[in-house]
Design a protein around this ligand. Structure first.
Ligand code: IVH
Length: 669
């Protein structure tokens, strides 16, 4: 890459960082996970390391945080509020210690004060003659916001301290946070406890702050001249004596090995803590040594944060529920004690299927490792057997569907093995669980795409017995709906309008909307292209000519078997007939010479003002096609908001063209 291109790329990363800093620090509403944020920072640091001409005053190597909000009066910190550098593994820890020995020019026996790194927001409290005179947020590390009144609402913060040995001028620093149990009442408003704490603390009116229960744990000082206190661990003890809360998990350890072992165990137990912890902080215990070691531009040389994994965490299985999908598959889902994984609070994790439970011997009450990455559903990775109680019993997978039918495991003729998935045999709409899922599928974006009739509404209408079959959607009792909570005249008439609109549907979408197993949108399109009209499609079925679909390139025995099974069921056939009389099903028009012909596209991130389904249709109407993975066949990757970095990187590696939504729409004029 040329120097100008490198600079351009670097500046792009810097403006990304600026944007996310603003969202995180100023608006308390981050749009990316901590891991993604750390990745941007790491990329900037790596670029600076490689190309010495790159600099920015907002680079993590120079800056400490983000400028204070305009809402508050500002105050300069007498001693800067720095951040900590991070360690992710043993090697990072060894390097940290090595650097200390190099700096001191000798190897010494060290003692570390080990403290949980509470995932909240830091605050500095200035006490003069025992009185709390100023409370400030970190701001950009040099200048913070004056939030004294808000901080005073926190009961853990003493307003007056009368101990004789309490210094007459000191800044006490610590973390403001919200307990996990209190967060559960607020989870609809914030992604995680830290955002909730930050949002509450930075309210303009302290009466608002009072409404959200905040806590404060003290761990260090800013301005302070000590003659008697020689160690960080002694300072922590004094803090406790003076009436501050300190962490009950603080301890003193000596070797890197001890730190590593403690970290390993703490990471597993952290879900049991009352508050979120995203790592451990190790500080050289001797305050004299701390003074000698001093600071780099952004962090102390005498301390490091040893982070926990940002995409996995341990938690406890409190219950195992069985969910039934549209195709009858029984999916076990672990209800876990809520745990913060990289900024997202997770309380459900999939256990995939019966075989997976048997293979991993997952049981109720087990402590398990849960992984969450990108948009993938959180899943259980392993069981911590050491934590298993002797009284624990193997989980018995139910042999009956919640609807009462016996379940089956299908035999796969190709692999000559039984399926890993247990299923409720799909008998049309007899199983209530399958039926609701089928209706959800029927109205979904790629099928009939009915605005205002989302999955939750379908569930509600089902419970009220307003719908039992797909055709009931076109015969809703609107008078009754308008009486329901949350439904006004406007929303009812909007719903009516979009249901009417949805009656005009193309043949491929209609076939897809039926929710026949193995007939996804692509296969539905093939069937529609082959049969051309709904009349013709129904004739194939009536005349028992489904086998003829084998002529279609892309349709195999699996699809044929599934179609036959679906239509053998009389009620399914009746539903399709009924729907075909209610709907206006248009023939499939194929345009092979559109603007995008021979071009493949893939999306990552959220598009503005357009659903993925609509974008896909737009591409297909113009003879392009949409693929679902980055590979050599892909020509363009279209990037929306919050794209998956991995996909972008892969595309760059393969030299695939990257387009913004605007650039893509420009291709279509
Ligand atoms: S010491 C100069 N101790 O972690 C070092 N920080 O990136 C000052 N934090 O801004 C911090 N628990 O918000 C320290 N026991 C602890 C901590 C802790 C959480 C936070 C704090 C700080 C950030 C450092």
């Amino acid at each position: 890459m040329k120097e100008s291109e490198i600079k351009k790329y670097y500046n792009k990363k810097i403006s990304e960082l600026r944007k996310h800093n603003k969202l995180y620090f100023d608006q308390s509403s981050p749009k990316i996970s901590d891991k993604e944020y750390d990745e941007i920072k790491r990329e900037i640091l790596n670029l600076e390391k490689k190309y010495s001409y790159l600099t920015s005053n907002i680079s993590p190597s120079n800056s400490l945080g983000f400028a204070p909000s305009k809402n508050f009066i500002k105050s300069s910190h007498r001693v800067k509020m720095l951040s900590l550098s991070n360690a992710f593994d043993l090697e990072d820890l060894e390097n940290f210690e090595k650097k200390i020995f190099n700096y001191l020019n000798k190897k010494i026996d060290v003692e570390y004060s080990v403290e949980p790194k509470i995932d909240g927001i830091s605050a500095s409290l200035t006490y003069k003659d025992g009185l709390l005179v100023l409370g400030a947020s970190r701001g950009d590390g040099m200048i913070g916001e004056v939030i004294t009144e808000n901080l005073k609402t926190i009961s853990d913060i003493p307003h007056k301290i009368t101990y004789k040995d309490f210094p007459n001028d000191i800044d006490i620093r610590g973390e403001v946070f919200i307990k996990k149990s209190d967060f559960s009442n607020l989870k609809n408003n914030f992604a995680n406890p830290r955002n909730a704490a930050s949002g509450s603390l930075r309210q303009k009116n302290s009466e608002q702050t009072k409404k959200i229960p905040l806590n404060f744990i003290a761990y260090t000082y800013g301005y302070f001249e000590s003659k008697t206190i020689k160690k960080q661990s002694e300072f922590l003890k004094s803090l406790k004596k003076w009436g501050f809360k300190t962490s009950e998990h603080n301890k003193v350890l000596k070797t890197i090995n001890d730190l590593e072992n403690f970290h390993k165990n703490f990471e597993k137990d952290r879900f049991d803590l009352e508050y979120d912890v995203d790592g451990l902080v190790y500080k050289i215990n001797s305050l004299d040594l701390q003074k000698r070691l001093g600071f780099t531009a952004s962090s102390p040389r005498w301390a490091i944060a040893h982070k926990f994994s940002a995409d996995s965490a341990y938690s406890l299985i409190e219950d195992i529920n069985i969910q039934v999908g549209r195709t009858g598959a029984l999916t076990p889902v672990a209800r876990i004690k809520p745990v913060n994984i990289g900024g997202v609070v997770v309380s459900n994790a999939t256990l995939h299927n019966e075989d997976e439970i048997i293979r991993k011997d997952i049981r109720l009450g087990d402590t398990v490792k849960v992984e969450r990455a990108g948009d993938v559903i959180p899943h259980v990775v392993l069981v911590d057997l050491k934590k298993r109680k002797t009284s624990s019993k193997k989980f018995v997978f139910p042999k009956k569907c919640p609807c009462g039918f016996d379940t089956i495991k299908e035999f796969n003729k190709v692999t000559k093995k039984y399926d890993a998935v247990r299923r409720c045999p799909d008998r049309g709409f007899e199983c209530e669980k399958i039926a609701v899922e089928k209706i959800k599928h029927f109205i979904s974006k790629e099928a009939l795409n009915i605005d205002g009739l989302g999955k939750k509404v379908v569930e509600k209408f089902w419970d009220l017995q307003l719908i039992r079959f797909p055709q009931d959607v076109f015969n809703l009792d609107y008078a009754q709906i308008s009486k329901l909570e949350g439904w006004g005249d406007l929303s009812v008439s909007n719903l009516k309008f979009s249901i009417d609109q949805s009656k005009k549907v193309s043949l491929d979408r209609f076939i897809y909307s039926l929710g026949i197993r193995h007939i996804g949108i692509e296969n539905a399109k093939l069937l529609a292209e082959y049969t051309k009209s709904i009349l013709n499609f129904l004739n194939f079925i009536k005349n028992k000519k489904i086998g003829e679909f084998l002529n279609i390139d892309g349709i195999g025995e699996t699809q044929i078997y599934s179609l036959k099974k679906f239509f053998e069921n009389k009620s399914n056939y009746k539903i399709v007939e009924k729907l075909s009389s209610l709907l206006n099903i248009s023939d499939l028009k194929i345009n092979k010479n559109g603007k995008l012909s021979n071009n493949t596209f893939m999306f990552t991130g959220k598009l503005s003002n357009m659903s993925r389904a609509e974008a896909k249709s737009l591409i297909e109407e113009n003879s392009g096609s949409v693929v679902s993975s980055v590979n050599k066949k892909l020509k363009y990757l279209i990037i929306g908001e919050k794209p998956t970095n991995r996909k972008v990187e892969e595309a760059k590696k393969l030299g695939i063209k990257i387009l913004s939504q605007k650039e893509w729409l420009n291709l279509l004029n």
